[in-house]
Design a protein. Structure first.
Length: 284
């Protein structure tokens, strides 16, 4: 081997040695405080986009529902929409008193006193169409049947404690005279009223995403549904009797859904698994 060849070999060896040394010194990302993947089986904040631009163009609403909405509106100007969860008995008109949440607690659809009341929207929210919706659209309904899953009004929400039922009924429809809005369920949970899940005003995106994260932590199931800072959600709220019966006025059961993104359909399957350790309510 001549002198020139030996020099080239030595240079090549030195380059390879430096390359291996560089690779061996790469920092372990996990040791540098990288956020671990979510404990949820499907939900992974490392891959979920922080913002999704959604189209606020209204979808033509179901004509039959619009006719019913208009019929009720002719009798009661506080009629705002129609709530449906396909495959359940939740399929009825929604009212809204702009001055508070007490009026419709014990009034039926015809304005007569009834223990079970009717479905009514929180007085603080706008409901006309998806463009007018705030971040959190809240609808209330009673559960008078000691958590019996075949009861009237929102007693049927208690079925969402069952995983297979939750997967089979993943969509919530809120129809107005202007828009057909569909939400995909991402949380179903027991809570104390101290958790402000009915918050409607958010000072920044962190307050909204924190609410969503808290709902996921409490959820009976982990749903394969991403919720970003730009999303809008619906909250269905009812009473429950699991923690101390009727004497405990602070307990609630809640189902939350996220407004469909552009391109999503209400026929898309939703995966979910049982949450092994949902955060339990704490009562004072």
């Amino acid at each position: 081997m001549n002198k020139r060849t030996r020099i080239l070999c030595l240079v090549f060896a030195a380059v390879m040695l430096l390359s291996f040394a560089s690779c061996s010194k790469k920092t372990d990302a996990s040791s540098q405080g990288e956020t671990p993947v979510s404990t949820y089986t499907f939900y992974n904040p490392l891959t979920e986009p922080a913002y999704i631009a959604n189209d606020n163009t209204p979808v033509e609403p179901d004509k039959t529902k619009v006719e019913k909405i208009n019929e009720y509106k002719a009798k009661n100007k506080e009629t705002v929409g129609w709530l449906t969860i396909p495959g359940t008995l939740i399929d009825d008109i929604v009212f809204q008193d702009p001055n508070g949440n007490e009026k419709y607690m014990r009034l039926d659809n015809n304005g007569k006193w009834a223990l079970e009341g009717c479905f009514f929207a929180d007085y603080r929210i706008a409901t006309q169409n998806r463009a007018s919706l705030g971040k959190n659209t809240i609808i209330y309904g009673h559960n008078l049947n000691d958590d019996k899953k075949n009861g009237v009004r929102f007693a049927q929400l208690m079925n969402y404690t069952d995983l297979e039922y939750a997967k089979a009924h993943p969509y919530i429809h809120f129809t107005t005279a202007e828009d057909e809005m569909v939400f995909k369920v991402f949380a179903a949970f027991y809570t104390e009223t101290a958790f402000d899940y009915i918050k409607t005003k958010f000072n920044d995106v962190t307050q909204f995403t924190d609410l969503v994260k808290e709902a996921r932590t409490r959820s009976e199931h982990n749903f394969d549904v991403n919720v970003t800072a730009s999303d809008k959600i619906i909250t269905l709220s009812t009473c429950t009797y699991k923690f101390g019966g009727v004497s405990n006025k602070q307990q609630r059961f809640v189902v939350m859904g996220r407004l469909l993104h552009t391109g999503e359909k209400d026929t898309d399957p939703v995966n979910a698994v049982k949450n092994p350790s949902p955060k339990a309510p704490k009562f004072k």
